[in-house]
Design a protein. Structure first.
Length: 163
């Protein structure tokens, strides 16, 4: 069976896990523009080659063996779907990573960061500002991820301060 790799180039056989373990140095096509690359220095990874706005690009999917062939195929299918909507797969992936990083920040981390950046503006050293937060808010919400905190959590945390 033949699988399309590149313009005019066909992959005779799709890659197998056995082949990947002992693949020679070079780029090896799995079909539909998914490649496995073994470099001279021994590094191995999967990438997806695609064309967007008449420019050929490569999207690094991940290193082998932490990314298996089966998972590389799934990732490649996902990114082909993004490409089919006219979006840039690299940009989409970067946006998803930024959102994940932003959502993985706890209230403790944000408080520490805010305190560090505002200490110079606060008098005398910002402890008057930080004290009620440390006493009432952080014990209840400090360990929570920002993405998990909702309005009810905030209301319950500040209610004792308001009365």
């Amino acid at each position: 069976m033949w699988y399309k790799c590149e313009r005019g180039q066909m992959a005779r056989d799709v890659l197998t896990a056995t082949f990947i373990k002992s693949a020679p140095v070079g780029k090896h096509c799995d079909g539909d523009k998914l490649f496995f690359h073994r470099r001279k220095d021994g590094a191995t990874y999967f990438f997806l080659r695609y064309t967007l706005h008449s420019k050929r690009k490569e999207l690094h999917l991940g290193g082998y063996p932490s990314l298996t062939l089966a998972n590389a195929r799934i990732l490649a299918d996902h990114h082909r779907g993004v490409l089919a909507t006219g979006q840039e797969p690299k940009r989409q992936r970067d946006l998803e990573e930024q959102k994940t990083k932003r959502d993985d920040i706890s209230l403790n981390a944000i408080t520490a960061s805010a305190m560090k950046s505002k200490t110079a503006e606060l008098k005398p050293d910002g402890q008057d500002w930080l004290s009620p937060i440390k006493m009432h808010i952080l014990p209840k919400l400090g360990g929570m991820l920002i993405s998990d905190i909702n309005a009810r959590d905030i209301r319950n945390a500040i209610e004792p301060i308001m009365h």
